[in-house]
Design a protein around this ligand. Structure first.
Ligand code: BTN
Length: 319
């Protein structure tokens, strides 16, 4: 028996108190053991009211991920860490050791969170940092499409929350009213003609204060707490993201055109005049579409079309 078993009992009795004797009977342990676990839960940040002759009741829960619930929701192994350098790095290691497809690594905070194009991803407690191991049977040059699958899954999941009109900025930033709320980073291990595994890393700004972000990023960022004007249940959100990911990934393996079509429906880039920086140059033009590998098609002022595989897009003018 551990403290999670007591938590489950207290949660299921909601507003009702449960006596120490009753908890001890249900869980087959002594009242002293129950008391020790209650103290441990309080130390974890749970508010627990103890009323003599009635028992215990939960009054508040800390903002922590509930890994057991995620395992139940996804049916996949969940590796839950309080702190790690990067969930992507941890997931790449697990994948190399043969972890099952769909395994999720989630951490309350990252000390070396990785962003696209070699940037850092600041990862304070209160936000979501998760990585999923995938083993798609597609050629390595289709791996970038997995990131688009992730973007479709995250945008679709966030759009299920009222007042969150999430859109996708190429290739995989999730925006709300022009401000970034989530980013995705895919890493891959492959042979010449075969993907060994792909790790899809997802960062979502949830409850952490945006003030912790560096000044230049802060003005262009938002969070679910800001958008919903309250704190959000990160476990529930990650559960919906992972369910959407499972569904879109299955579809991607059968018919990637459907995923590309949905990516296009959700995107806020195509049709806009944009500046794309990357590989030492900045190009301006009209984002005219994406190709079958997920690369951006950029129509330059002279009418020619450039295909861009990686870069940063700034939207200059929405049609
Ligand atoms: C970006 O927009 O630059 C991509 C950010 C990706 C951040 C996530 S957080 C979970 C996972 N672990 C990492 O180190 N990075 C990704």
């Amino acid at each position: 028996m551990n403290k999670d078993a007591i938590l489950e009992q207290l949660r299921s009795s909601k507003a009702e108190h449960v006596s120490g004797t009753e908890l001890a009977r249900r869980l087959g342990v002594s009242r002293t053991a129950i008391w020790k676990h209650i103290r441990a839960l309080e130390a974890d940040g749970y508010g627990i009211e103890a009323v003599p002759s009635r028992g215990y009741r939960i009054t508040s829960e800390p903002d922590l991920i509930r890994p057991a619930e995620l395992t139940r929701l996804t049916g996949k192994p969940v590796r839950y860490l309080q702190e790690t350098a990067s969930t992507n790095t941890a997931a790449m290691e697990l994948a190399a050791q043969g972890a099952e497809e769909g395994t999720v690594v989630v951490a309350e905070t990252q000390t070396g969170g990785k962003g696209r194009l070699g940037r850092n991803w600041l990862s304070p407690r209160g936000n979501l940092h998760a990585s999923v191991i995938l083993r798609p049977a597609v050629p390595p040059h289709h791996a970038p499409l997995v990131t688009l699958v992730g973007a479709v899954a995250v945008a679709t999941a966030l759009r299920r929350t009222p007042g969150i009109p999430a859109g996708i900025k190429w290739p995989n930033d999730i925006l709300i009213n022009g401000k970034k709320i989530s980013g995705l980073l895919t890493e891959m291990s492959a042979e010449a003609d075969r993907i060994r595994h792909v790790v899809l890393g997802i960062g979502i700004n949830c409850n952490a204060n945006l003030d912790v972000l560096p000044g230049d990023v802060r003005g262009r960022a938002t969070s679910l707490a800001v958008e919903t004007k309250g704190s959000v249940d990160r476990t529930a959100i990650l559960g919906v993201v992972l369910a959407e990911l499972a569904a879109w990934y299955r579809l991607f393996l059968q018919d990637r055109q459907r995923v590309l079509a949905t990516w296009k429906d959700l995107n806020v880039t195509i049709g806009s005049v944009v500046a794309v920086s990357g590989a030492g140059e900045t190009l301006s033009g009209t984002a005219s579409g994406i190709d079958d590998s997920g690369r951006l098609l950029l129509q330059l002022p002279d009418g020619s079309v450039r295909t861009v595989a990686a870069g940063d897009v700034t939207i200059l003018n929405v049609p």
